[in-house]
Each structure stands twice: as C-alpha cells, then as structure tokens.
Design a protein around this ligand. Structure first.
Ligand code: GLN
Length: 471
C-alpha cells in the first residue's frame, strides 16, 4: 500500500493506470472465479476522481489503491449476493459501513469477491456461483468462506480485500493461499450493511499481502458506528504506527497443543516459527486453555442457532428469490426457501432450529453459551501472563476441490480458529511454512482491542522470514 501510495503521489503512476493494471489481471485470471462482479466503468470513474484529488494534493492514505470487497458487504445500487441464489437479484439500497469507510479513505473498488453461501463453509464450494480455484495450485481449494478475497490477493488481482470471519473465514483462506489475514476484536469494525450469518460471532476484517498492509487497511476500517449496537465505542489506535513500533512480546502456547498437532509438517513449521520469534527476543510461556476442546461443538450449536434466526428474513416476500410455482402463502415461503438456499445453508437452518426448539434449548443452546463463557474466562486468565497466544491456523494445508464430502470433516477445518470468535478476540494468520508443498499459517491471537500487538509480532516475523513473499 505504501509503495503504491508513494508512486501515486509522485505521479510515477496514475490511479487510472493502476486501476487498469488490476482490471486487466482480474480479466486475465477470471478462470479462478475469484470475482462475482466487476464494473470497470465505475472503477475507472473512481480512479479518475482519485487522480484529481492527488493533483490537488488532497489525497488520503488509500487514495487510488484498488481493492476488492467480499460479496457480503452491501454497496449502494450494486448487486450483493452473499454467494447465494437467494440474493441473486438483490440490489442494495444502501452501503455497508466497511465500504463507506474505505471509500472515504480513497480506496478504489475493483469488484465483489466470491464466497461460500452466506459465509457458511471452509472451501468456497458452497457458493451458488461455483467454487474458487487456489491460485497456487488450481486443483486445490482457496479455503473459505472468504476464498475469493484470499485468491484475489494471492493472484495479485487487488492490493487488499475485505473479508469476514465468523469461525475462521479470514484466517483459514489466508493460510491456504499464503497471505495475511486479520479478524479484529468483535465490535471493532461495524457490521452495518454486512449480511448477517451469526451476529454474535461475525466480524469484518482484511486479507492483505503482509501485516503492514493489513494494519493500514484495518486502521481505516475500524471505529465506532452508532448504526451497529455491538460496535465498540473505543479509541481507534494508530495501527500503522503500532505495527512498526519497538514492542516486547510474551507468547503463550497452550499446554499439550504441539503434541496434538497430527500433521508432522504443520507441527514442525509451528515449532520453527516459534523458535524464530524466541530467538528474536520474544518470551515463550505455557498457558492453560482447559475448555478449548469444546469450542467446535459449542460453535456448531451457536452459529447455526443464530443463522436460523437471521435467515428467517428470506421469505420470498420482502426481498430475495421468490418462487414462481406457488398456489398458497405457505407454498410461497416453502418453495422460495427451498429453491433459494443451498444444501449447507439448509443443514444449518435445520440444526439451528432444532437447537432452539422448546425442550432442546437448554440442553443445546444454553449449554453452548455456558461453554462459551468458560472459554472466554480461560483466555482472560491466560492474558494475565502473556501478550499473545500462538497456534497453527489450520491442522492441514489446502485440500483438493471436491475431496471433503463429510460435513463434520469440513467443520474440523476451523478447530484452531473458532476459539477466538467465541471469545471475541482479535486473531490473525500469517504464512509460516508449508505442508504438502502448500502454505500453512501461524495464528496469533491477541487480547481485546490489541490488534496492534499481534500485528506488531506478525510484522517482526515477516521482517525475519520470507514465507509471505510471492510474485
Ligand atoms: N467454516 C466456518 C463455518 O462454516 C466458519 C465460517 C465463517 O467464518 N464465516 O461456519
């Protein structure tokens, strides 16, 4: 971002030239299916305005920087599908706060990126618009649900991309595509205009080429928003400064974690990454997270429960897909939802409705909430003695498209990422090695509103290593 921004300000390149460069690449790599919508006229119109601002010396930090938005963020008068047939005809009447903030900072929108339907999935295969290919090996999955954003960044189709993470959807695709992804603290970034999956877990973030870019992008996306009642009214720290500051780090490693990593290459890369940071001066401490093993089952009650409530609004009447073949009101609801939602989304609605139904509410939903509280307290305790917690992002590198048919096996993709969502903590993934010749990520989890701390550590790591470098 800084390099492009300097080149733009020095007029070594114009915003129009830069936008055209990326638009050409988006076109050239269209077979990756990373983008669902591109609108060159609007992009070039924005670029023209950016050039004018630069000429008048009125440019901001992101003026003229071409980016992509996950198709979960509404943009006024633009199609926002959320990867679903249900919203294939939805033109948003307003813009998400994420879009508005980055737009105000001067970023240029190249288009909307592909994703798992309603952000439910870990491979981008549940998208109604077809899966995305991993740019490193096109037979493999880019991860999900923000697969389009991760693939677009990795294939250099944009400078950075927005994404969302409910249980791992920023970090797991970042890990699979060898790029950097950060999910901030719950409430740090407004959810206004971001299509809801599981509202108490959903959080917007960034997929970028490195920690520094992620810090700059996140800084301009963060902040209190009255329109989102869960948005945090806390000062936005200068992440751009913090990422490069001289900071001390104490890294916590959960007891028993390393021995339990099944994949040898994932385990070795993790150990190697930690020793690099330790040699650089970080202190390593063992911590206890006794309830973390219940994260996955708790998540797969809470997330579907919230999804079943959130997706009730798609009734074929107010907006979204409406079935043609109906003879009664009941038919209209049933047929519109049957036709509009894909299999995975339906699975989640069934599970969620079941968990919330009378008689099962206490046994499933309430119990899951109690587990969530225990996990939060485990983290609170751990952060009394450490400044960040390290784990692998995922227990494996990318897999072949179509190779995982068992839903539970797919759910296990998020075994390491879900705890941070349940606790609402910031967490990021940076490239830290390879397994089966594909990248794997190191995950760093921070304390509440300490995005700067984990970005600083990630930046240190990226100064010492070149896992994040690619052409
Ligand atoms: N893979 C997880 C799921 O399908 C997480 C998705 C996400 O973070 N949006 O629920």
């Amino acid at each position: 971002i800084l390099e492009l921004s300097t080149a733009l300000k020095k007029k070594q390149i114009s915003a129009i030239e830069l936008a055209n460069y990326f638009l050409d690449r988006v076109n050239k790599f269209s077979h990756l299916n990373a983008f669902l919508d591109v609108n060159p006229e609007i992009t070039l119109e924005q670029a023209k305005k950016a050039d004018e601002k630069i000429s008048m010396r009125e440019s901001g930090a992101l003026t003229g920087i071409p980016i992509a938005h996950k198709d979960i963020f509404c943009i006024k008068d633009k199609k926002t599908t959320c990867g679903s047939k249900m919203l294939s005809n939805f033109i948003s009447p307003y813009s998400s706060e994420v879009f508005s903030k980055l737009d105000t900072a001067g970023a240029i929108t190249l288009g909307k990126t592909n994703m798992d339907e309603f952000a439910m999935g870990s491979s981008n295969e549940t998208s109604f618009y077809g899966n995305v290919l991993n740019p490193i090996n096109e037979k493999l999955s880019p991860g999900g649900s923000s697969g389009g954003s991760a693939a677009a960044v990795r294939a250099n189709l944009c400078s950075f991309a927005t994404a969302t993470d409910t249980g791992g959807s920023i970090r797991q695709p970042a890990s699979f595509c060898g790029v950097t992804g950060i999910k901030p603290t719950y409430g740090r970034v407004s959810r206004w205009g971001m299509i809801a999956f599981a509202s108490s877990l959903d959080q917007a973030g960034i997929i970028a080429k490195n920690a520094k870019d992620a810090a700059i992008a996140l800084k301009y996306m963060s902040g209190f928003d009255q329109k989102d009642s869960t948005s945090l009214n806390e000062e936005v720290k200068d992440l751009q400064k913090e990422v490069d500051a001289d900071q001390e780090h104490v890294i916590g490693i959960p007891k028993g974690l390393i021995e339990n990593i099944k994949n040898d290459q994932v385990r070795d890369s993790f150990k190697n990454a930690i020793s690099i940071l330790e040699k650089d001066g970080a202190k390593i401490e063992e911590i206890n997270l006794p309830h973390i093993e219940y994260s996955l089952p708790a998540y797969y009650v809470i997330a579907p429960a919230e999804c079943s409530a959130n997706l009730a609004r798609y009734d074929g009447i107010r907006f979204g897909h409406r079935s043609e073949s109906v003879s009664s009101l009941e038919d209209l609801y049933v047929n519109s939802r049957t036709e509009g939602f894909g299999k995975e989304v339906k699975n989640r609605i069934f599970i969620g409705t079941f968990c919330l139904s009378a008689g099962y509410y206490d046994a499933f939903y309430n119990k899951a909430l109690k587990i969530r509280n225990l996990i939060k307290s485990d983290f609170d305790e751990a952060f009394k003695k450490v400044s960040s917690i390290a784990m692998p992002t995922c227990s494996n590198s990318s897999f072949e498209l179509g190779s995982i048919s068992d839903p539970v096996e797919m759910y296990e993709q998020d075994i390491y990422t879900i705890p941070a969502n349940l606790a609402g903590l910031p967490a990021l993934s940076i490239p830290a090695g390879t397994a089966d010749e594909m990248p794997i990520g190191l995950q760093l989890i921070g304390n509440y509103l300490e995005e700067g701390k984990i970005l600083n550590l990630a930046n240190k790591f990226q100064k010492l290593t070149d896992f994040h470098e690619f052409k």
